[in-house]
Design a protein around this ligand. Structure first.
Ligand code: ARG
Length: 716
């Protein structure tokens, strides 16, 4: 570890005066040491302590991890939180009914009493970050790879318990550089989170899945919540006695506008990247895994869409699941396309070639690439097993419900433990409460038939469960008919086919009854097949590849001592800095950095659900009633792009100018760089942001809620 620091330090010295690619998701704790000079050179006006500090209020105090999957920022002294519409989507849909349809119509609380609590939501604010690498690595000494995960869990438990002792905080340790470093994050977590407002989804999701992951973009992708705390300003469960949280810092909002080249930085919680992936992993993704995910998701999306088109209530129930499955359906299409177009496999091969030369005389690294080759060769034949289980078999809603009874079966059968069995039944009841609300048996039946047929065709016959033979005994001239008839039988006879019979079973459980249920039998057969034959192969692969990945990253750092490395995203707090930048997506085409309301009107199509717009927005456009939010040329700004390095999880993150004022919020990546989670492409990689002026215009003029804007600290 000491060596790693030395390398990082040396690299920062070398790089400090040059301005290069704006790649990198940096750990805030290390900014002062490695990035600060470069940030200043690019236009940062704040001190390093104003970015991150534990002894004084800093930017980090205004950034929240939103519901465990997105980012939000606090923008008033009364705990007002701004995030994306797609981050609030699930809550907004859940708070909507046909009669009070805030998803379609939008909503702005007229005062604090009208804000709407949604159970289950939370935000977490980082209190401090600590480098615990030495402690963790010391504790791992002599531990073999297959025991590493368990040992890590034990070490983490000790460190986090120690870190939060005597406080109400929570803590977690995150692995960095594939296990070459470890950082501890201490959080304060709030659970009384209320919806303050949202534009209608025709604005908040304008462009829908057609425009998703693409620039030029015209989406007002934002929603607003408020954090509530008890009278002592501490986290408390929902209560009408709670009061708005008073943050240590909130971001001022800038109406000054942006131009090409302006400094821009983003702080948030990027989810996952895989920038140190081996070439074999890319080949497997492009050839097998990604196309399979896309195909399996497509089946679900088509069947759900038919349901959603029939009536509003059903659409509201399925909207959130549909949006999240569609989001990564399109992601994997784009990632595959761009991995090919940008020849990422060749690039990785080239880097591995350089590494091989570097490693040839170093025992520590000599065998890395050959071991990786061996591990992939052994794993490749089984690589679709996990995809088919997760995205296929368990992607069928009824199968998911049936599988929630596995813990019950094991409690009864293996442990003969009635208390555990009762607990397992209660858990199954709880998890399926919401599932049944959005369960459409006839669509699900269609999905099952197609998933089974694809499994049959894509997975080698010797990997099928014995049960496949039973399925194929169903009537039918073709396999397609057999799978359809089989699925029809399952949905007709299974106790899981409606909530009432599921609950009747929970109230009067019987192992015998469960084991004779056709849905349970099928899920159990596929799951057991996976567990007994393939899980060990996957574990072997992971245990073989992990130490090589670790050595590879360490070796790359040694090989390129002039370069400052940053760790892959892992849902921990990071900062990325760069500038507002247009780009040329292909020959003779230029994409400007800013879109305007003109573009919304160009795309507007009342016949197309994804491109509608509220009448009031059309009217505001006609009368050019943009108030103080317009551009100098009188147009209304909508979105802009920066070259910041973000990924999923950064959704909702603040884009800030050099003074730490809010200029926008990040909500997407662009199509030409969909391979960005694997390689950052300087030429194409952009972050798509909603312009803060559009946000304020939509609240003030479209939502007629100027009182919310008045809560903010505006800089103009
Ligand atoms: N691509 C965006 C992200 O992952 C989400 C956009 C949601 N919109 C949609 N049409 N599904 O951050």
């Amino acid at each position: 570890m000491k060596k790693l620091y030395a390398i990082l330090l040396m690299a920062s010295v070398l790089l400090s005066s040059t301005s290069k690619a704006d790649e990198g998701m940096w750990i805030p704790l290390l900014l002062k040491k490695y990035n600060y000079e470069q940030m200043k050179a690019k236009g940062l006006k704040l001190s390093a302590e104003q970015l991150y500090d534990v002894n004084q209020n800093s930017l980090k105090d205004a950034i929240v991890w939103f519901n465990g999957g997105c980012t939000g920022e606090i923008i008033s002294s009364e705990g007002l939180v701004l995030t994306n519409h797609h981050c609030g989507y699930d809550a907004i849909a859940a708070l909507s009914t046909k009669e009070d349809n805030i998803l379609d119509n939008g909503f702005w609380a007229k005062d604090k009493t009208a804000e709407r609590y949604k159970p289950g939501m939370f935000v977490s604010i980082v209190q401090r970050i600590e480098d615990v690498s030495d402690k963790v690595i010391e504790g791992l000494k002599g531990v073999e790879e297959s025991k590493r995960a368990a040992k890590l869990a034990e070490i983490f438990k000790g460190l986090t318990a120690e870190a939060v002792k005597g406080t109400h905080y929570e803590a977690s340790v995150r692995e960095m550089f594939k296990g070459n470093a470890y950082y501890l994050f201490v959080f304060e977590k709030f659970t009384d989170i209320r919806l303050v407002g949202t534009p209608p989804q025709s604005v908040g999701k304008f462009g829908g899945d057609a425009d998703n992951w693409m620039w030029p973009r015209h989406t007002g992708d934002f929603s607003m919540f408020r954090i509530y705390a008890n009278k002592e300003n501490k986290p408390a469960s929902y209560s009408t006695a709670n009061v708005p949280y008073r943050p240590k810092h909130h971001l001022p909002v800038s109406l000054k506008g942006i131009k090409e080249g302006d400094y821009a930085m983003i702080m948030g919680f990027p989810g996952r990247t895989n920038r140190y992936e081996f070439s074999q992993g890319i080949d497997l993704a492009v050839q097998k895994v990604n196309p399979t995910i896309v195909k399996l998701r497509d089946i679900r999306l088509k069947a759900w869409k038919e349901v959603m088109e029939k009536n509003v209530s059903d659409r509201l129930l399925l909207s959130s699941d549909y949006a999240s499955v569609a989001n990564y359906w399109k992601y994997f299409i784009g990632q595959t396309e761009q991995l090919k177009r940008l020849k990422v496999y060749d690039y990785k091969k080239e880097l591995e070639g350089k590494f091989a030369d570097f490693a040839s005389t170093k025992p520590e690294y000599q065998n890395v690439l050959s071991n990786v080759e061996k591990a992939y060769a052994a794993y490749r034949p089984y690589a679709l097993q996990r995809t088919y289980l997760g995205e296929g078999i368990l992607g069928v809603t009824m199968n998911g419900i049936a599988s929630s009874l596995f813990p019950y079966v094991s409690a009864v059968k293996e442990k003969n433990d009635t208390a555990a069995a009762r607990k397992a039944l209660a858990a199954a009841r709880a998890v399926n409460e919401e599932t049944y609300a959005a369960f459409f048996a006839s669509a699900d039946q269609k999905i099952l038939a197609q998933i089974l047929e694809n499994y049959y065709n894509d997975i080698p016959a010797d990997q099928h469960p014995e049960f496949m033979k039973t399925i194929l005994k169903s009537k039918g001239k073709t396999n397609t008919e057999k799978f359809q008839n089989y699925a029809a039988m399952v949905y007709k006879k299974s106790l899981f086919n409606n909530k009432a019979s599921f609950e009747a079973f929970l109230n009067n459980p019987s192992l015998k009854k469960l084991e004779s249920d056709p849905c349970y039998q099928m899920v159990n057969a596929f799951y057991t097949n996976y567990l007994t034959k393939f899980k060990s192969k996957i574990d072997e692969f992971n245990n073989a590849i992990a130490p090589e990945g670790r050595a590879y990253v360490r070796g790359l750092m040694e090989m390129m001592p002039y370069k400052t490395f940053y760790p892959d995203a892992n849902s921990s707090l990071r900062l990325t800095y760069g500038s507002v930048q247009s780009y040329d997506p292909k020959d003779a085409v230029h994409f400007d950095y800013q879109t305007t309301l003109d573009g919304v009107m160009e795309k507007y199509n009342p016949e197309d659900f994804e491109f509608q717009a509220p009448q009031k927005l059309l009217d505001l456009y006609k009368s050019k009633d943009f108030g103080r939010y317009a551009l100098p040329n009188g147009k209304m700004p909508v979105a802009f792009i920066t070259n910041n390095d973000i990924t999923g999880g950064n959704s909702g993150s603040p884009v800030m100018d050099g003074e730490g004022n809010l200029i926008g919020l990040a909500f997407d990546g662009n199509w030409e760089a969909m391979s960005g989670d694997i390689v950052f492409d300087e030429k194409y990689k952009r972050t798509i942001n909603v312009d803060i002026r559009y946000v304020l215009f939509l609240i003030d003029k479209l939502g007629a809620a100027p009182h919310i804007v008045n809560e903010m600290s505006i800089r103009q």
